[in-house]
Write a protein that binds this ligand. Structure first.
Ligand code: HEC
Length: 176
């Protein structure tokens, strides 16, 4: 029963991800999936690792879009709000993308998921929710009428901090 619940939650997370981040649904992740599957025999584990690494890449891509507006005047505050909302939606499913046994203890070269994620799942969930609320705040700020770059920049800084504070504790950077 527990395994079934896990499957259902996993399927839900995938649906949430593919609907909020089209990049995950249209085949951009195939290469990463193949790379992971070459090193991870367990298909469910390979899928989980590839999926969450794609989710993080999608978050990174949205951060780039927002940075493009702030630094190079690309797009509009409405685009910023859209990207921030996409990040918030992914942030909420992040805790469910790390099933037990898929961390770097078992798969060192394939995932940067530190054992702390599984040992302190409450802390990891809290860090995910901090990202979600920082992203929601940015979306709100960017959607306000006559918003200036200064306000957007401040909210963007807050969101950026949420990445670093989680990565510092829970992620080991993989070698390229
Ligand atoms: C709750 C914790 C947490 C937060 C918050 C978080 N990350 Fe991550 N991130 C991780 C973990 C854990 C990994 C390693 C995943 C793996 O390799 O399985 C990761 C990996 C990444 C990667 C590498 C993906 C790849 O190609 O393997 C990028 C890029 C990334 N994060 C960007 C961001 C950005 C940008 C933010 C903030 C907007 C952010 N992350 C917020 C936990 C987090």
């Amino acid at each position: 029963m527990k395994a079934l619940t896990g499957l259902v939650i996993g399927a839900f997370a995938l649906t949430a991800l593919t609907t909020t981040t089209p990049a995950l649904a249209d085949g951009h992740g195939h290469k990463l999936m193949e790379q992971v599957e070459m090193k991870v025999e367990n298909k469910a584990h390979a899928g989980a690792i590839a999926k969450r690494r794609m989710a993080m890449r999608a978050i990174g891509g949205n951060m780039k879009t927002i940075g493009g507006y702030l630094k190079a005047n690309k797009g509009t505050p409405a685009d910023v709000a859209k990207s921030a909302t996409a990040i918030a939606n992914i942030a909420k499913v992040v805790p469910g993308l790390f099933p037990a046994g898929t961390g770097l203890t078992r798969y060192p070269a394939v995932t940067g998921a530190k054992p702390e994620i599984f040992a302190d799942s409450a802390g990891f969930k809290k860090a995910s929710m901090m990202m979600a609320s920082a992203a929601e705040n940015l979306a709100k700020v960017a959607a306000a009428p006559n918003v200036g770059k200064k306000e957007i920049g401040m909210a963007f800084g807050g969101l950026g901090k949420s990445c670093g504070s989680c990565h510092k504790v829970y992620r080991k950077k993989l070698k390229k």
